[in-house]
Write a protein that binds this ligand. Sequence first.
Ligand SMILES: N[C@@H](CCC(=O)N[C@@H](CS)C(=O)NCC(=O)O)C(=O)O
Length: 209
Amino acid sequence: MKLYDCATAPSPRRVRIYLAEKGLDIPVIQVDLASRAQHDDEFLQINPHRTVPVLETDDGARLVSTAGICQYLEQLHPEPPLIGRTALERGQVIDLDSRIEFEGMHAIAEAFRNKARSYANNALTGPHPYAQIPQLVDRGRERVGHFFEWLNEHLADREFVAGDHYSIADISALVAVDFSAWIKMSPPEGATEIARWHQQVSARPSAKA
Ligand SMILES: N[C@@H](CCC(=O)N[C@@H](CS)C(=O)NCC(=O)O)C(=O)O
């Protein structure tokens, strides 16, 4: 098995934290997104969608989304459970994780990629040279503000995002909160539940991944 990674990018960090929580050590190949290595012919053979993370299994199959990679590894390495312990919990963790990906990660990416000069013709990942839409910067930031509001309220009566157990929803939320620094945002002063939770999940050794 091997993982195509980029040490500075948020999406593969979700997988790195997951691996650290499971105690799994998988060989890593760095893909330098800053030098646009995701568009090189060599990488297109690995992932024509031009994104990392990519997990290559021992028999050569490739998984190209964080969710797909974590689901696959969870089946192989169920302990400790990071996607719920029962069928219902599993569904609930996925519900939350998808929400965090869309309302957190994607909103931050929307604000970031529609502004950063280096993404001028790469406003969306993939092969098509989508132009930036400046109006999406403010909309993305507004969405991130709403994401923080929701997360703070949600954490008010829960230790972790999905309840009383750490899960991939905590990993995604941690990465999203840290990723928001890329657009010079952070949870507002009064978001005490996020602050309490963020301190707790950041103190886990896996957060360094
Ligand atoms: N849906 C994918 C998203 C992967 C993704 O967007 N990765 C970014 C790095 S955070 C990427 O590879 N970007 C390539 C680019 O910017 O062209 C996942 O869940 O992992």
